[in-house]
Design a protein around this ligand. Structure first.
Ligand code: GLP
Length: 245
């Protein structure tokens, strides 16, 4: 794993955007895996700025998001479809039909999982997957204990994850209890992974990732087995690492 350490959230967002823009410009048909949460918001803002100023085009890009809440439709403000449209897709020249997010309101969620996995395979998989990390080591919505062999599936969200995400909802009760997420095996099939880590509350997660065992109890640890992972981490998240060295 390659680590790029940066000063703060702003610098992480700028570096991550530059990394993505480089790929968008140099590959004709890029399959880009996207994440939600607070971490990539600044990255998406930088992509939009660049699109406006430098006219980087997303017409050859297809996107595949990691996850979605079960029970929320795309027009619900808390759905990840709404988030993606609002934070990125509505502001760049990507065809909406080329943006893919599992549906949280499908009638048959099991079938939705299988369809999403097939969709990824039909498109030849993800070239570059952007990831954030939960403080308990979750990636996508793969909570501790998820099998490293898992494909796209339905998960029960950990109480800590629901609490962490309650900030976007009116109350904790409104946070869905289940989600659909790419599995660990799905994520690991990506040709390249860019993991963004910012803030003091992610310090322990970063330390576990770098020094802990590769173990299903800490889902992100699987990334140590991936041949092409780049981490961009800011000083607040990386502080303990500096003390170590
Ligand atoms: C969320 C998302 C993840 C995200 C993580 C961290 O629940 N499902 O994809 O990476 O938790 O979120 P944040 O960036 O807000 O800290």
């Amino acid at each position: 794993m390659k680590i790029i350490d940066v000063k703060d959230y702003q610098e992480m967002s700028k570096k991550a955007a530059e990394y993505i823009i480089e790929k968008v410009r140099h590959s004709k048909n890029l399959n880009l895996g996207l994440a939600t949460g607070g971490t990539p918001v600044g990255t998406y803002t930088n992509l939009i700025e660049d699109h406006k100023q430098n006219h980087t085009s997303y017409q050859g890009v297809k996107t595949f998001n990691l996850d979605e809440y079960v029970g929320l439709s795309g027009d619900n403000h808390n759905s990840y479809r709404f988030y993606m449209n609002d934070q990125l897709f509505n502001h760049i020249d990507i065809e909406k039909s080329n943006t893919h997010i599992p549906r949280g309101d499908a009638k048959d969620m099991q079938k939705e999982c299988e369809d999403y996995e097939n969709l990824l395979a039909e498109h030849g998989g993800i070239d570059l997957q952007i990831l954030g990390i939960g403080s308990n080591g979750h990636i996508g919505f793969n909570e501790p204990g998820t099998s490293f062999d898992s494909n796209t599936h339905i998960v029960d969200l950990a109480p800590s994850t629901r609490e962490a995400n309650a900030r976007y909802f009116d109350s904790l009760e409104e946070v869905p209890t289940r989600a659909v997420t790419m599995g660990i095996a799905t994520i690991m099939k990506s040709k390249e992974i860019l993991l963004l880590i910012s803030g003091e509350n992610k310090k322990e997660a970063l330390s576990n990732l770098l020094h802990g065992e590769v173990d299903e109890r800490f889902p992100a640890s699987v990334l140590r087995n991936h041949p092409c992972v780049t981490i961009i981490a800011d000083e607040a998240a990386i502080a303990d690492e500096k003390v170590r060295s």
